[in-house]
Design a protein around this ligand. Structure first.
Ligand code: F6P
Length: 326
C-alpha cells in the first residue's frame, strides 16, 4: 500500500445522530497522527464532483453534541456505476487524497467495497445508521439515540391513549430490520411489536388484542416496524378497524424525527472510539473493513461480510415483551 499522507472522511446514506462525533474523532486523531485531513461533501457525490473541504482541529469544534452531519449526506446513485467511481478516483488523484474513511450503512459499504477492489484505494468504514442492521458491531452509531427518541414519543402517545381509551398503532423506521421496533417496544411496554424478522399473522394478532381487551385493558400501543410483512401501520389499523369497529384507534408514523437530535452519551462514545480506531487501522495498513464494537472491544469485519450477513435479532425478546404486557 502506498504511503498515506492525506485522508478524506465522508458521511453517506441516511444520516444518524453521532455522525458528527465520529467526524470529529476521525479528524482529530488523523491530525494527531500527522495526516492531512479533508472532508468530502454529500458523501461520494463530493468525491465525484471534487467538492472537498479542508478539515482542521477547529473545523470540528462544537459538533460532538449536534445531530445530522456537518459534511452533509446523500445516497449517490452515480457511485453505483463504474463511470461514477472512475470520476471519483480521478478527482482523488488530482487532489492528492490517498485514503478514505466512510461513515454510513450498507449502501455506503457496497460502494466502498467496489471502489477499494477496483482502484486499490485504502478505505475503512464506520457503521452510521439508526437501523442497527450491520453485521460486525453490537450497535451502530445513531441507533441508541433513535430508540430513545422513539421511546420519548411513545411515552407521550401513551399518555393521550390512556386518557381517551384509544389504541395507538405506531410505525417506526428500520428499513427491513426490526431493531428499533423491538427495543423501543420493550422500553415502552408496548402491547404488541411487529417486526420483519418474524411473520405477522393478522388473525393471531387480532385474537391477542381481543384477549387484552377482555382483561380490562382500555388503551394500548402497537409498534410496527416499517418493513414488517403486515404492510405497515396503516394496514394494521385497517385490519383492526374491520374486525373491531368498537375500538377507537389512532395512527402515528414517527418518520424522520427518528434520525435527528442530539446524540446520546452512548452514541457519542461509540462514535469517538470508532473514529479514533479508523485512523489507527489505516495507519496499520489495513483496508476494506468496517470497524465495529463487539463486547465493548473494537472489531474489524470485511465490507463484504458486514453487508451480506444481517445482524441477527434476538426473537426471544418478542416473547418476553408479550409476557410483560399481559
Ligand atoms: O437507513 C436509515 C433509514 O432512516 C431507514 O430506517 C429508512 O427506511 C430510510 O433510511 C429512509 O430513507 P430516506 O431518508 O431516504 O427517506
Amino acid at each position: 500500500m502506498k504511503d498515506i499522507k492525506k485522508i478524506a472522511v465522508l458521511t453517506s446514506g441516511g444520516d444518524s445522530p453521532g455522525m458528527n462525533a465520529a467526524i470529529r474523532a476521525v479528524v482529530r486523531t488523523g491530525i494527531n497522527e500527522g495526516f492531512e485531513m479533508v472532508g468530502s461533501l454529500r458523501g461520494y457525490q463530493g468525491l465525484i464532483g471534487g467538492d472537498i473541504v479542508p478539515l482542521h482541529s477547529r473545523s470540528v469544534s462544537n459538533i460532538i453534541q449536534r445531530g445530522g452531519t456537518i459534511l452533509k449526506s446523500a445516497r449517490c446513485k452515480a457511485f453505483y456505476e463504474i463511470e461514477g467511481r472512475k470520476k471519483a478516483h480521478h478527482k482523488m488523484q488530482a487532489m492528492g487524497i490517498d485514503a478514505l474513511v466512510v461513515i454510513g450503512g450498507d449502501g455506503t459499504f457496497t460502494g466502498a467495497r467496489l471502489f477499494g477492489k477496483e482502484y486499490g484505494v485504502p478505505i475503512v468504514g464506520l457503521p452510521g445508521t439508526i437501523d442497527n442492521d450491520l453485521y460486525g458491531t453490537d450497535y451502530t452509531i445513531g441507533y441508541d439515540t433513535a430508540i430513545n427518541t422513539v421511546m420519548e414519543a411513545v411515552d407521550k402517545l401513551r399518555d393521550t391513549a390512556s386518557s381517551h381509551d384509544r389504541l395507538f398503532i405506531i410505525e417506526v423506521m428500520g428499513r427491513d430490520a426490526g431493531y428499533i421496533a423491538l427495543t423501543s417496544g420493550i422500553a415502552t411496554g408496548a402491547e404488541m411489536i411487529l417486526v420483519p424478522e418474524s411473520p405477522t399473522y393478522i388473525d393471531e394478532m387480532l385474537y391477542m388484542l381481543e384477549k387484552d381487551w377482555k382483561k380490562n385493558k382500555t388503551s394500548g400501543i402497537i409498534i410496527v416496524a416499517e418493513g414488517d410483512d403486515s404492510g405497515g401501520a396503516l394496514e394494521v389499523e385497517k385490519e383492526i378497524n374491520n374486525r373491531f369497529p368498537e375500538f377507537e384507534t389512532r395512527l402515528s408514523i414517527l418518520g424522520h424525527i427518528q434520525r435527528g437530535g442530539s446524540p446520546t452519551a452512548m452514541d457519542r462514545v461509540l462514535a469517538s472510539r470508532l473514529g479514533n480506531a479508523a485512523i489507527m487501522t489505516l495507519k496499520d495498513g489495513v483496508s476494506g473493513v468496517m470497524l465495529g464494537m463487539v463486547d465493548n472491544k473494537i472489531d474489524l469485519t470485511s465490507f463484504e461480510k458486514s453487508i451480506k450477513h444481517h445482524q441477527q435479532i434476538n426473537l426471544d425478546l418478542l416473547d418476553i415483551a408479550r409476557v410483560l404486557a399481559i
